[in-house]
Write a protein that binds this ligand. Structure first.
Ligand code: AMP
Ligand code: MN
Ligand code: MN
Ligand code: MN
Length: 275
């Protein structure tokens, strides 16, 4: 079994089309894939068709941008019905907010003398309704503001830096409700990435448990071995299912390639056993 339940295509901020993601996953030895674009289900049909063609098991997924305790958090929905009206409408609402946020980001960058970033970021954005900080980062690298995407984030696009603007995403409860209503399982994405103390992370897991959350990503492309151990412990303690995903965005830009991540630690219930 090589399950990869977290990755992105050009329908959000990935660099490969849904079909290319599926073919690459298959070539890398993935046996079960979920495509989880940010706030968008538009890639699911193409990914499903390609997965059928190459003989790869596939589940529809999505990575929902939420806000908990004024902190942006990502929640993956796995095995969702991509036609579910409440989920589709909810994600549409988040995408509308993204354009307005991107315009505010561009205005902030303009205040420090970096002009034209909204239009510039859009040239990297195949899905104009899904403009993300990753598209800004690619454009800022192109115009020589920073040497690579990682340093653009460190110097411009994170809280406290000039191109970052706070934004109201949806609540944890609402997102879990959409995922469950669409027949899916709700998973906290890459818990090791958030700007939260251990105490606040514990509160997040309690809140997630209270609203019926199902699983957390234990193995993630953005977790090191210590974080994998830490979140394996969390999953056992809270009784969460354990998920595994590379968070692949594209060759050369991601920590991990599709399927090229550690196996799940022992004594966990893998989320795929319930799908
Ligand atoms: P957004 O959803 O617009 O806030 O953008 C978040 C996306 O930016 C993430 O999904 C990643 O693709 C990318 N990102 C966030 N932080 C970093 C980072 N430190 N280095 C590279 N990419 C990042
Ligand atoms: Mn992303
Ligand atoms: Mn994420
Ligand atoms: Mn992701």
């Amino acid at each position: 079994m090589n399950c990869d339940f977290h990755c992105h295509s050009t329908c959000s901020d990935g660099l490969l089309s849904p079909a290319e993601v599926v073919r690459r996953a298959h070539g890398n030895g993935v046996t079960w894939l979920a495509l989880t674009d940010h706030d968008e289900l538009a890639g699911i049909a193409e990914a499903t068709a390609t997965a059928d063609e190459v003989g790869l098991r596939f589940s529809p997924g999505v990575e929902i941008s939420i806000e908990w305790a004024e902190t942006p958090i990502h929640m993956v929905g796995l095995g969702v019905d991509p036609a579910n009206p409440a989920l589709v409408a909810g994600l549409g609402g988040i995408r509308n907010g993204r354009e307005e946020r991107a315009r505010r980001m561009a205005a902030e960058l303009e205040r420090i003398g970096i002009r034209g970033t909204f239009a510039g970021a859009m040239t990297y954005c195949e899905n104009p309704t899904l403009i993300s900080r990753a598209h800004f980062a690619r454009y800022l690298v192109e115009i020589g503001i920073a040497k690579d995407v990682k340093s653009v984030f460190d110097d411009y696009l994170v809280p406290g830096k000039p191109g970052y603007v706070p934004h109201r995403w949806v609540s944890l409860e609402e997102a879990v409700g959409w995922v469950h209503g669409a027949g899916g399982l709700a998973v906290v994405a890459h818990p090791g990435r958030y700007r939260l103390s251990n105490k606040d992370l514990g509160l997040l897991f309690e809140a997630f448990k209270d609203c019926g959350g199902d699983a957390i990503e234990v193995v993630s492309g953005s977790h090191g071995p210590d974080q994998t151990d830490k979140f394996a412990h969390v999953a056992r303690k809270f009784g969460f299912l354990a998920s595994r995903g590379s968070d692949f965005h594209g060759p050369g830009e991601s920590y991990s390639d599709l399927g090229r991540i550690a196996p799940l630690p022992n004594n966990l219930t893998p989320v795929w056993e319930r799908m």
